[in-house]
Design a protein around this ligand. Structure first.
Ligand code: SF4
Length: 322
């Protein structure tokens, strides 16, 4: 069995919300991430999918300690990064990077490409200025950017090129884990496939490990080795990619899959229409979080939260029917 690069154990991120009534001191909590556990093997891509507001992006930020967790453990190569001092965390940061959805908002508009790529190197890598210049050249080549553009500013690039700069910046410090947070969602469809292929090529070349966060099941099918589905702060299913697309077991995952158009009309799936919207993560439903929308809801679902259980072959499901 391959070595695990990332292990997340019982991770929680709850945000307090101030009472909205005058003179009320009551606080509620948004359970954005509520007791999730999973691992990613070295060189693997785990796709983390779910509708907007399900907590997947918050999970990514908590794993990198961009925001602090409420509870739980985050191990990178068996080292608990929540236990690191700020000095040690700074050193560890080079191992774990993030690529954001909106490359324009995440790049400093006042810096040229060369400065954007050199900046993290000068913080994290003990190399000379000459070596940094060489490395900038190599990375620009790796991500398919012409080195002649080195003096340009982010606004002088297209959306796809800007995302290539974002990826190059993450690569600059030679990381082990990259969290890709909806990295192609803001791009034109025609450019998405190119950037996805680039992300895969870089993984092969540098042995990278990815947590790939997206709402798009087509993208996740293209890029992932395994898939985890989140609903209202909980992981409800984890399985190998092919197993998931052939045999999803959680009613929520089945409903998501039923909405994907299939090219062959003979293979048409019956569309499962879910009732209502996702409930608020402020005081989410008791029991199974999905029970207010589930077509198979039973009495026990309203009070007992289902555990994520291994149903065989690494296919984990949180549902009382399984
Ligand atoms: Fe539906 Fe109950 Fe399973 Fe939740 S536990 S998904 S409500 S059947």
């Amino acid at each position: 069995m391959a070595e695990k690069l990332l292990q997340v154990e019982n991770l929680k991120k709850w945000f307090p919300v101030e009472g909205d009534k005058l003179f009320s001191k009551s606080t509620s909590v948004v359970k954005a991430v509520d007791d999730i556990s999973f691992y990613i093997e070295k060189g693997e891509t785990l796709g983390l999918v779910g509708e907007s507001g399900c907590g997947k992006s918050t999970a990514g930020r908590v794993i990198l300690r961009l925001i602090e967790a409420t509870e739980g453990r985050i191990l990178i190569e068996n080292e608990d990064i929540r236990a690191l001092t700020s000095k040690n965390l700074k050193q560890k940061r080079k191992d774990m990077q993030i690529v954001f959805q909106d490359p324009y908002a995440s790049l400093n508009p006042r810096l040229k490409v060369e400065q954007i790529l050199e900046e993290p190197m000068s913080i994290h890598l003990d190399i000379s200025k000459k070596e940094r210049k060489e490395r900038v050249k190599q990375i620009m080549q790796d991500v398919g950017l012409n080195h002649a553009y080195i003096d340009r500013y982010p606004h002088e690039f297209s959306g796809g090129q800007r995302q290539r700069i974002g990826i190059a910046r993450a690569l600059a410090v030679n990381p082990k884990l990259i969290i890709m947070d909806e990295p192609v969602s803001a791009l034109d469809v025609s450019v998405q496939a190119q950037v996805l292929n680039l992300i895969q090529d870089l993984q092969k070349k540098y042995g990278l490990t990815y947590l790939f966060i997206t709402h798009n099941l087509g993208v996740v099918k293209h890029i992932s080795n395994r898939i985890a589905v989140m609903y209202l702060g909980k992981i409800v299913e984890i399985a190998d990619r092919d197993e998931f697309f052939d045999n999803a077991k959680h009613p929520y995952a089945q409903a998501l899959l039923s909405a994907i158009p299939r090219p062959d009309p003979k293979l048409k799936r019956k569309r499962i229409i879910l009732n209502g919207d996702i409930p608020s993560p402020v005081n989410p439903p008791e029991g199974c979080r999905f029970h207010t929308r589930c077509p198979y809801v039973m009495e026990e679902c309203k009070s007992i939260s289902p555990e994520l259980k291994d149903t065989g072959n690494g296919h984990w499901v949180a549902c009382h029917l399984r």
